[in-house]
Ligand binder design. Structure first.
Ligand code: PLP
Length: 391
């Protein structure tokens, strides 16, 4: 047997192995397991997406290898959406790149910019791919803790000068997974100034840009004046249109960063099926787009309210999150996040994610994904009420 590469052996242990085993055990005992663990929408894409795919899949012009940096019409649709949604102007040819889902670009941005020994600034708790991409590229993650007392925003003043000078990339993600936190324009301006001072590339992950509540409208980092020179922003159609399996995303921002990431990608993948990029055009340009998004927001907002209200009644100190489709809640005293999640599954058949899975600063929390309907969420809350209280 060939020994796996060091980079594989350095991967953190898969925290969910024990939970996955317990789920299978419970299910084989006939327990009706309610899964609030994984952030994968339970709803279908809009019919205008599915209908467009039926049309585009068979067209002759959509067969064959796609263009390396993405289909022109899709990149124009992304630029049109940025102008409409954020008032941000993008040059579709130099400032937009098609991705095979935003995860792909987020992982590959480190390969494109981070040499062995370089530092990337990585939020913790956070989407694990920032750190794993850094690790695979041979770089080092410098952890920026996200704490509730700072509204889950990294404290830039805590980053030592020597680290900031050595750093290449700074990852940010708002609306935030796993905390549900959102960001202000003033804070983003501080990050842009910081990036300019230390010659960094800000990598903003905007995967939840359309999932927000109570009238809050998520920002693009590129709305900040001068941000485009020092930033690349990642997004996809996954969460906005319930298209996680379709793998269509994009990166926008500094033309040099878009070009370098594209150069990396054209050497290792051969792009995304033309038909899916045409579907992306239909989705982004469709007259019913905004109505679909508003409906999606109201569905998640209702789910959020069910969870937050119930947890509050059980003693949890919680403010309703303004973005993403997660509720991030503290663990009652006396348990690690892993122990708590295992106990919950054992006693109630409800699966949630231990905060530790998002980094060491996620310890002390668990995450509930709002990816089942209200009746199932109410059932889950009913079961929790019978088993635990927050203390
Ligand atoms: N970023 C965050 C914060 C996520 O939670 C996810 C998926 O869960 C992604 C990026 C990747 O999404 P996709 O690759 O489907 O665009």
């Amino acid at each position: 047997m060939v020994k796996p590469a060091d980079r594989i052996q350095q991967l953190p242990p898969y925290l969910f192995a024990e939970i996955d085993k317990k789920i299978r055990e419970k299910q084989s005992q006939g327990v009706d397991v309610i899964k609030l663990g994984i952030g994968d929408p339970d709803m279908n894409p809009p019919s205008f997406v599915v209908d467009s795919m039926k049309e585009e899949a068979g067209k002759e012009k959509n067969q064959g290898y796609p263009p390396g940096y993405g289909v022109e019409e899709f990149k124009e649709a992304v630029a049109g959406y940025y102008l409409q949604r954020y008032g941000v102007e993008l040059d579709p040819f130099n400032e937009v790149l098609t991705l095979i889902g935003s995860k792909e670009g987020i992982a590959h941005i480190s390969f494109s910019f981070t040499d062995p020994g370089d530092i990337n600034l990585v939020p913790d708790p956070g989407y694990p791919v920032y750190g794993i991409g850094t690790l695979f590229a041979g770089g080092e993650s410098y952890i920026m803790p996200l704490r509730s007392e700072n509204n889950y925003l990294p404290r830039l003043d805590e980053i030592p000068e020597t680290v900031a000078h050595k750093a290449k990339l700074l990852f940010l993600n708002y609306p935030n997974n796993p905390t549900g936190a959102v960001v202000t324009k003033e804070y983003l301006k501080e990050v842009v100034d910081f990036a300019k001072k230390y010659d960094l590339l800000i990598c903003h992950d905007a995967a939840y840009s359309e999932l927000a509540f109570d009238g809050y409208k998520p920002l693009s980092l590129l709305e900040v004046e001068g941000a485009k020179e020092v930033s690349i922003e990642f997004n996809s159609l996954s969460k906005t249109f319930n298209m996680t399996g379709w793998r269509i995303g994009y990166a926008v921002g500094a033309s040099y960063a878009v070009e370098v990431l594209g150069r990396f990608k054209t050497n290792i993948d051969s792009g995304l099926f033309n038909a899916i990029q045409q579907v992306g055009v239909a989705a982004l340009n469709h007259p019913k787009r905004d109505a679909f998004i508003r409906e999606l927001q109201s569905i998640y907002q209702e789910r959020r309210d069910v969870v937050v209200e119930n947890l509050r009644k059980m003693g949890w100190p919680l403010d309703p999150p303004l973005g993403s489709f997660y509720v991030w809640a503290p663990i009652p005293s006396g348990f690690t996040s892993q122990e708590f999640v295992t106990k919950l599954l054992e006693e109630t058949g409800v699966v949630v994610t231990p905060g530790r899975g998002f980094g060491e600063h996620g310890e002390g929390y668990f995450r509930i994904a709002l990816t089942v309907g209200v009746p199932r969420l109410e059932e889950a809350m009913e079961r929790l009420r019978g088993a635990i209280r927050y203390k």
